[in-house]
Design a protein around this ligand. Structure first.
Ligand SMILES: C[C@H](O)[C@@H](O)[C@@H](O)[C@H](O)C(=O)O
Ligand SMILES: [Mg+2]
Length: 455
């Protein structure tokens, strides 16, 4: 950390939060069987220290949900403002526990739902700021930490029957071996990804064809498609997609929680002919035993179960892992309590031999999650074999340092921080409801203005 920083100027002087929304429902971008009109949005947090430096963090939301998360961030902010950031970073796990255990607020969680999404946005901003202070991208900040320092970022409460601090330390020490070589490989080639761009449920066959072709030409060899609304239509769509991508490329399917447990098994037996690698979110994201039953039934068909984008915290992840209820662990960078809690999920998945294939695509998710998966490759699991990060080409143009994908690989970010800063124009245009783009859409009658007709 630069010697020009003193305790006084490392003090957090403000925390600002904005409701930022993009009108993606207009073209069914992001649509699935459960979320038919998603407006990709986020609660966007800016944390400023006395020295003038700012950290940006966000949590992904859909439209109206954003205003509730924004309020929760405001409520949590009194626990942040006035803190000296270096005190937070020294014992980050302890600070994280304080934030998630506030004795009145925890009643509406604990460690789940709106308050936990708000926690993620704040924690992500603190990591961005940390990266900037030490002038490293977050993946490198994590990879350069010695194991003791990394473990101090994690709250291990409720995990000790699966992983202890000592075991985590041992795994991280092993992860140090060959680190330099992996950093070089990462800087050269990046980290593999798959795309869902051609697979949204609301897209026409013509659009699917055009997009699938485009991503094949860009070098992608794995494609995810939404299913779960109508079995006959799913069969037709998967036939259509297989005809375009062939049988050499990988196909994944995603039901976004629409089925009962037995229904998921029956439905997937009909789709097994298309050889999907995984079925994602077949049923309720809380149903650990249901997922385990589906996983057992589909194993003989060569289909794994993937879930995690709506898994509420490390304890539920622990149960999914313990119960062999998932074969692909889909951590999400804007859920659970941000980076600190996600690190504990990586450690458990590594110990139990489960592949982590992060969820991404929503606003800023590709930007953030690439850092985490790169850290895992460099300093924990040491391999990207059979793993992919999701990639969707939406909203990247609004970020100052957008994720960059070449030849179906995320290129390692070089700029300090967590890649979470929005461009000024993005905020001017898309802050809800008074951003310029929103004002203009209200005027044209494309969306109704929430400020009008209020009783
Ligand atoms: C509403 C969203 O686009 C979801 O459909 C999306 O996150 C999806 O589940 C995914 O795996 O990418
Ligand atoms: Mg999904």
């Amino acid at each position: 950390m630069s010697h020009t920083h003193t305790r006084e100027n490392l003090k957090i002087v403000s925390l600002d939060v904005k409701d930022v929304r993009f009108p993606t429902s207009l073209h069914a971008d992001g649509s699935d069987a459960m979320h038919t009109d998603p407006d990709y949005s986020c609660a966007y947090v800016t944390i400023k220290i006395q020295a003038g430096l700012e950290g940006y963090g966000l949590t992904f939301t859909l439209g109206r949900g954003t205003e509730i998360v924004v309020q929760a961030v405001k409520t949590l902010s009194s626990m942040i403002v006035g803190q000296v950031v270096t005190d937070i970073y020294k014992e980050f796990g302890t600070f994280w526990r304080t934030l998630t255990s506030e004795s009145q607020l925890r009643w509406i969680g604990p460690e789940k739902g709106v308050t936990h999404l708000a926690t993620a946005a704040i924690i992500n901003a603190l990591w961005d700021l940390w990266g900037k202070l030490v002038k490293k991208p977050v993946w490198q900040l994590l990879a350069d930490m010695d194991p003791e320092q990394l473990v101090a970022c994690i709250d291990f409460r409720y995990l000790s029957n699966v992983i202890t601090k000592e075991e985590a330390l041992q795994m991280l020490r092993k992860g140090q071996v060959g680190k330099e070589e992996r950093v070089n490989k990462l800087l050269g080639k990046g980290y593999p990804c798959y795309t869902t761009q051609a697979g949204w449920l609301g897209y026409s066959n013509e659009k699917i064809n055009q997009l699938a072709q485009k991503y094949i030409d860009l070098g992608f060899d794995a494609f995810k498609v939404k299913v779960g609304k109508n079995l006959y239509e799913d069969i037709k769509r998967l036939e259509f997609i297989r005809n375009i991508i062939g049988w050499e490329r990988t196909l994944m399917v995603d039901a976004n929680q629409v089925w009962e447990v037995q229904e998921a098994i029956d439905w997937m037996q009909q789709l097994a002919q298309f050889k999907p690698l995984w079925i994602e979110e077949p049923t309720s994201p809380d149903d650990v035993l249901g997922h385990a039953q589906i996983a057992r039934a589909l194993k003989p068909l060569g289909i794994g179960v993937a879930t995690g984008e709506m898994c509420c915290n490390r304890v539920l992840f622990k149960q999914f892992l313990q119960a062999e209820a998932l074969q692909f662990c889909q951590i999400d960078s804007a859920r659970i309590g941000g980076v600190n809690e996600i690190l504990s999920v990586y450690l458990m998945a590594h110990k139990l031999g489960v592949k982590v294939c992060p969820h991404a695509g929503g606003v800023g998710l590709c930007e953030m999650v690439q850092h985490l998966q790169m850290w895992d490759y460099v300093a924990l699991s040491g391999t990207s074999e059979g793993k992919y990060v999701e990639y969707i080409d939406q909203q990247h143009e609004h970020f100052v340092y957008p994720s960059i994908v070449k030849n179906a690989h995320y290129l390692a970010p070089r700029e300090p921080g967590y890649s979470t800063e929005f461009k000024k124009e993005a905020l001017e245009n898309y802050v809800y409801p008074n951003g310029k783009e929103w004002e203009s859409m209200f005027e044209k009658g494309i969306f109704s203005d929430p400020r009008k007709n209020k009783c």
